[in-house]
Ligand binder design. Structure first.
Ligand code: 6PG
Length: 241
């Protein structure tokens, strides 16, 4: 059963999310001398990433991946890599070899194949098992760039896929996304959701009917291990007790 924690506001949410990140990172580094984490994009995680700048962590042991990326260059305002670089990665002393970004500047399928090759190298050709997967939630029920009705929802072979994206939610740019086999294999999955506009989809995500093709986040809720939902009061507003 997913663990749900509700915080008074987005700042308290970000503070706690940063603490969760640090605790999981230190535990993984102690146990296996490395911590492999996938970052989410969008706007919600930015505050958390900014708070991590001051974390007491051995960055040389931490490897950053992404759950998805917009097909834009890394310096583009819509780039998930750029958001994380501005908020965190450019402020810490981390080897460039530990930053495994999705090459959004490549063509859609080349970027997906390149990222999957990067995953195969890092995980020795075995299904990637990340120590922590950070996810957001769109008001349409998407997570990562797994959108309602997308063929990528049924992908079982590829670990990363290119998805065309020309209808809302914005930005209307093609995406590369991790697929459910990888997302659901994560040792720890942490959702960060904030804002009154997410209250309905959070409640739908946990509610019935279960229809993961139309509410993709339900695929994560129903199958993944160790799920932690970090919500602010507004986004938890429609959840029953
Ligand atoms: C992206 C994200 C996406 C995001 C949700 C929520 O590339 O946009 O990976 O899945 O997490 O759309 O975005 P907000 O945090 O901006 O609401």
């Amino acid at each position: 059963m997913p663990q749900i924690e509700v915080f008074p506001d987005s700042d308290a949410l970000a503070n706690h999310a940063a603490t969760v990140f640090q605790d999981l990172a230190n535990a993984a580094i102690t146990k296996s001398n490395r911590f492999a984490v996938t970052l989410s994009g969008g706007s919600t995680p930015k505050k958390m990433y900014e708070k991590l700048v001051h974390a007491n962590l051995d960055w040389s042991r931490i490897h950053f991946f992404w759950v998805d990326e917009r097909c834009v260059p890394p310096d583009h305002p819509d780039s998930n890599y750029r958001m994380a670089a501005d908020a965190l990665l450019d402020q810490i002393d981390i080897p460039s070899s530990s930053i495994h970004r999705i090459m959004g500047e490549l063509s859609l399928n080349d970027a997906a194949r390149d990222y999957e090759n990067e995953l195969r190298l890092f995980f020795f050709n075995r299904l990637p098992v990340f120590d922590l997967i950070l996810l957001g939630l769109g008001t349409d029920g998407h997570t990562a760039s797994l959108f309602p009705g997308s063929t990528a929802l049924k992908e079982k072979e590829h670990w990363a896929m290119g998805v065309r994206h020309d209808t809302p939610p914005p930005p209307l740019v093609d995406r590369v996304t991790l697929t459910f086999p990888v997302l659901n294999a994560g040792k720890n999955i942490t959702f960060l959701v904030s804002g009154r506009d997410k209250a309905n989809i959070v409640a739908c995500g946990f509610g019935d009917p279960k229809n993961p093709l139309q509410i993709p986040v339900q695929e994560i809720i129903s199958t993944a291990r160790n799920i932690r939902w970090l919500l602010d009061k507004d986004s938890a507003g429609d959840l029953s007790a």
